[in-house]
Design a protein. Structure first.
Ligand SMILES: CC(C)(COP(=O)(O)OP(=O)(O)OC[C@H]1O[C@@H](n2cnc3c(N)ncnc32)[C@H](O)[C@@H]1OP(=O)(O)O)[C@@H](O)C(=O)NCCC(=O)NCCS
Length: 191
């Protein structure tokens, strides 16, 4: 892990925080576990209980640079706000042959509603479409998660359908929306 692995945009305008991403490493397991327990983080997504040891083992099994060699299936980044850890983004590659992946994300409660995640996802998409063979990035969120839908639409995802009774949340099955962004949606090619 070097400074080169960090993803960041141009300097933030006056008064705005600087958003960047860096690959998550095993030492982040404690932080991830504490965020996963926050009520606002769990509200719209079924996060299974995981021990620090389990999270650390999972993070140890990822090699961030594999992403750029088209191998591996799960990658995680920490979202940094002015250099401080604020949340995380997970990318699961479902099929390298077809360039398919799915993204998931969350911010710690204190960093929500500050316009952080749209910027963080935009940084990641720019990197993925520039430096990997991925062609289609999907995301799912519950139909009640207005903030997540706003984020996805703002960064260029299109809503493609409704996944009925997709998962169990708070003891009941809930519908999800399926979103996706294609390489050409994000960076339209000249005619
Ligand atoms: C969903 C989440 C990633 C949004 O990121 P964010 O950086 O807080 O989003 P923003 O501050 O850019 O807000 C996006 C929009 O949603 C609105 N919004 C944010 N939080 C909201 C909330 N709790 N309820 C309703 N609207 C909300 C904002 O006002 C903004 O509206 P606008 O488009 O009119 O400006 C973040 O709130 C979060 O981590 N939530 C908990 C985990 C989660 O739900 N993850 C997604 C699972 S699919």
């Amino acid at each position: 892990m070097t400074a080169d692995d960090r993803l960041s945009g141009p300097p933030a305008p006056e008064g705005r925080p600087r958003i960047s991403l860096r690959p998550a490493w095993p030492g982040d397991a404690v932080l991830l576990q504490s965020w996963r327990k926050e009520a606002s983080v769990k509200r719209f997504q079924p996060l299974a209980a995981a021990s620090v040891a389990q999270l650390r083992a999972e993070l140890s099994s990822h090699t961030p640079r594999d992403l750029y060699r088209s191998v591996g299936d799960k990658f995680q980044w920490l979202v940094l706000v002015d250099g401080e850890p604020a949340g995380w983004i997970t990318l699961v590659v479902t099929n390298w042959d077809h360039g398919l992946a799915e993204v998931g994300y969350a911010l710690s409660t204190a960093y929500q509603r500050r316009g952080v995640m749209p910027e963080a996802i935009t940084l990641l998409l720019a990197d993925l479409f520039l430096n990997t063979r991925l062609e289609r990035i999907e995301a799912r969120c519950t139909v009640d998660n207005d903030a997540s839908q706003r984020v996805l639409e703002r960064v260029g995802f299109a809503r493609e359908g409704r996944l009925r009774k997709y998962f169990v949340l708070g003891g009941r099955r809930v519908d999800n929306y399926l979103y996706a962004v294609l390489r050409e949606d994000f960076a339209p090619r000249p005619e």
